[in-house]
Design a binder for this molecule. Structure first.
Ligand code: ASP
Length: 335
């Protein structure tokens, strides 16, 4: 893509689609289609990048991330793991839609065994929009992936000047450019036109310290998320068990709570060997064990800092091998 400059770091871009690769008929319309523009065209829109890194691109998929699948996530993870000892790649950028970016980022954080920077990036506005945010986000993501200081910080996400950890980030706005936040634990760092500042390393386990592996796996076990609300009907919990779910994540009210009939259904599921995790539909805060729910008695797991979508990823990966409930609870506290 660029003439190689041996003095610069080498960054590989794995493109998956999303709004950053989206196009609309005009610059001032909200309707657009994700995943239309190729990685070559996206990089050509930021010629300044040749001053900070040698770039190569690979198109892994070209989908809106509402269509992101475990198959594509596994393809990404396997590609990144295969590059571990490849000295011609110093850092990796993944272009991705923002809708499910937190799932992919967190999945890769668990199963990629590398200390190289792995940086996800997206945009909220399509490439054709007035004030498109994609080009600068991509430039910044490349600058972070090319930075030796970004090594060993787990999978990162760069958007709108902020560097997040995969473990903490979450999408908080359907349309705002500053849609990603890392509530409670805060940012890993910031970046401005390619100048990066790092504040911390993630506190949870990830990367080479992670015990999880997808080596040899072709499919993840079925885990369903069920949303709790006032006067919740427990039928969907029973249905998930009947349909063969190996795990269920409840997007609980408050501190991972749900009404009595739903709790009874969760206890029934647990008795049948289905792992039930209590997470929360609330935007921030931990779901702790044995607070208003007797997890010990009912055989349930508390999600601690993980929201429902990340709890589903962790449980799916953890259930690739049989594990006891106390081991699973420990995992939810450590990752
Ligand atoms: N639906 C889009 C996607 O996730 C939204 C975005 O990228 O911002 O691919």
């Amino acid at each position: 893509m660029t003439t190689k400059n041996n003095a610069l770091p080498n960054v590989l871009i794995l493109a998956t689609g999303g709004t950053i690769a989206g196009a609309a008929k005009s610059g001032a319309q909200s309707a657009y289609t994700s995943g239309q523009v190729t990685i070559d065209a996206m990089v050509n829109a930021i010629p300044e990048v040749t001053k900070i890194a040698n770039i190569k691109g690979e198109q892994i998929s070209n989908v809106g991330s509402q269509d992101m699948s475990f198959d594509i996530m596994m393809k990404l993870a396997n590609r990144i793991n295969a590059l571990k000892d490849n000295t011609s790649v110093d850092g990796i950028v993944i272009t991705h839609g923002t809708d499910t970016m937190e799932e992919t980022a967190y999945f890769l954080n668990l199963v990629c065994k590398t200390d190289k920077p792995v940086v996800l990036v997206g945009s909220m506005r399509p490439s054709t929009a007035i004030s498109a945010d994609g080009p600068l986000n991509l430039y910044d993501a490349i600058a972070v992936a090319a930075d030796a200081n970004a090594k060993n910080r787990g999978v990162l996400l760069v958007m709108n000047d902020w560097i997040h950890s995969a473990q903490t980030l979450t999408k908080v706005s359907t349309t705002a450019v500053q849609t990603f936040m890392s509530p409670i634990k805060g940012l890993i760092g910031t970046t401005a036109y390619g100048t990066n500042e790092f504040y911390r390393y993630p506190s949870q386990k990830y990367g080479e310290k992670s015990e999880f592996s997808i080596e040899g796996a072709t499919k993840l076990p079925r885990v369903d998320i069920i949303y709790a609300d006032a006067d919740m009907n427990p039928d969907l919990i029973d249905a998930a068990v009947k349909l063969g779910a190996k795990g269920i994540v409840i997007a609980g009210v408050g501190n991972g709570n749900m009404n009595k009939v739903a709790l009874d259904a969760c206890a029934r599921a647990s008795k049948q060997g289905v792992v039930v995790v209590r997470s929360t539909r609330v935007a921030t805060g931990n779901v702790a064990r044995n607070v208003e729910v007797n997890d010990d008695q009912l055989g349930l797991i508390a999600s601690y800092g993980l929201n429902p979508q990340k709890s589903r990823i962790l449980l799916s990966v953890a259930l690739l091998k049989p594990r006891k409930l106390d081991e699973l609870q420990k995992i939810f506290m450590e990752y």
